[in-house]
Ligand binder design. Structure first.
Ligand code: CTP
Length: 406
């Protein structure tokens, strides 16, 4: 369950394209996240997929052309579009796109789209020649100028065998675009939040580095939760293998030094900084240009202090513009609250998220976390064992309150 999606009414229009089968996956993802998904299948889409497919994944009726002429005929399109938070047309063919651009209303989907007063998201799917045709491009321009959002299409191999732009975005990406639209008016709308994530890698030579067990999951979940709340997000990330959330400006880094430069640059115009990254405290003093060979014997690696990013931001000598609210993290294996409180104070944070990494269901690598939130005003909050997604949603709520009170 995702709070942003819970009980949201999403109307999914499916057109006649081979990508229609992917729309079933999208409907399933949205339903699992808590949304109420109604589906309209165009007559051409019925050739590719059946209403039963959608009903099976959404647990709700999927409408076809036959419903336009059914018992509730004349009000169905109005009812469907008015009770909706978002109309998603995925896949959207060149034909439906053209009809929507010109206000044609000749089937249940296009009638509903014309009656709709909610935001509209279109995921085009068509052959490259059709997509790049001036007529289609002009239709995209018309719809964009009316506030319709487009997601994709992607470049890639098409059903025709041609390679080019025209593939429907993957359901996971579309899901991200849907979240962006639904979150737009959230508590963090208009706020720029910088979030760091992952464990930095400090090179010893071209193939070896010193790093830590941070998976980046908490930082990425925070970035998604901030986007869900309407924030503009910059995600500065050490290597994690995770996919950055749709809508975040992504800045990949490797070392603590690179993270320092990127975080400071992004912090200039950020309202808040969330330092979820596990930044190295030490890095090799010298990095060998060449791979260190075994035959040369066991090397001694001399370490030096890596830059302490929050430490630098909190020194009185730091005079550059900096975020109003700073949230830090403390991963501790002992004396959790004492150590976290000390970091909160010395690094002048507004909030610190303390987690005990000695527990097997909290901290590094796992999907759950049990944290205590310590505020600068001395108050604290013990959260129960939650998914990292839920922990993130709670932290973002607290962050919004801090920004509102600041
Ligand atoms: N941090 C940082 N720069 C570093 C190390 C940590 O900005 N070089 C940030 C982390 O992102 C985190 C907070 O400081 O938000 C606390 O990090 P942690 O590693 O727990 O604390 P340290 O101050 O490094 O103390 P120690 O390693 O001794 O526990």
């Amino acid at each position: 369950m995702i709070t942003l999606l819970k009980d949201k009414h999403i109307l999914l229009g499916v057109c006649g394209s081979i990508a229609a089968y992917k729309a079933a996956d999208l409907a399933s993802k949205l339903t699992q996240a808590g949304a109420l998904v109604d589906v309209i299948i165009t007559p051409a889409a019925e050739k590719f997929i059946t209403p039963l497919t959608f009903q099976s994944v959404t647990g709700r009726k999927a409408y076809t052309e036959a419903d336009l002429w059914g018992g509730q005929a004349h009000i169905l399109h109005v009812g469907l579009s008015h009770a909706t938070d978002l109309l998603v047309v995925a896949p959207c063919t060149a034909n439906t796109l053209a009809k929507m651009a010109h206000g044609l209303a000749d089937n249940l989907l296009t009638i509903t789209a014309l009656a709709a007063r909610c935001p509209i998201l279109i995921a085009p799917a068509m052959d490259v020649g059709m997509y790049t045709h001036t007529a289609t491009q002009e239709n995209v321009r018309i719809l964009t100028s009316r506030g319709v959002t487009f997601a994709g299409p992607d470049e890639g191999r098409m059903a025709s065998g041609l390679i080019g732009k025209g593939r429907m975005l993957e359901p996971a990406d579309l899901f991200g675009h849907i979240r962006l639209i639904l979150g737009k008016t959230g508590r963090l709308a208009g706020k720029h939040i910088t979030i760091s994530a992952g464990g930095t890698q400090e090179p010893i030579d071209p193939v070896r580095f010193i790093s830590n067990r941070s998976s980046g999951k908490q930082g990425y979940a925070l970035a998604q939760a901030a986007l869900d709340a309407g924030a503009q997000v910059t995600l500065v990330s050490a290597p994690t293998g995770l996919v950055p959330p749709v809508g975040a400006s992504f800045i990949p880094v490797n070392t603590a030094r690179e993270m320092l430069a990127s975080v400071l640059a992004a912090s200039h115009n950020s309202h808040a900084l969330l330092m979820a990254a596990a930044v190295a405290d030490f890095s090799p003093k010298n990095t060998s240009d060449q791979k260190i060979k075994k035959r040369d014997g066991i090397p001694t690696i001399e370490l030096e202090a890596a830059p302490d990013i929050l430490g630098i931001l909190s020194t009185p000598g730091y005079t550059q513009p900096k975020p109003k609210v700073i949230v830090g993290f403390a991963a501790e294996s002992r004396d959790l609250l004492e150590n976290a409180a000390e970091k909160l104070r010395t690094k002048k944070m507004d909030l610190i998220v303390a987690n005990d990494i000695s527990a097997s269901d909290a901290g590094f690598g796992v999907d759950t976390n049990r944290v205590t939130l310590l505020h600068a005003d001395g108050s604290s909050e013990d959260l129960p064992l939650l998914s990292k997604v839920e922990v993130s949603e709670t932290i973002i709520e607290r962050l919004a309150t801090l920004l509102e009170n600041n």
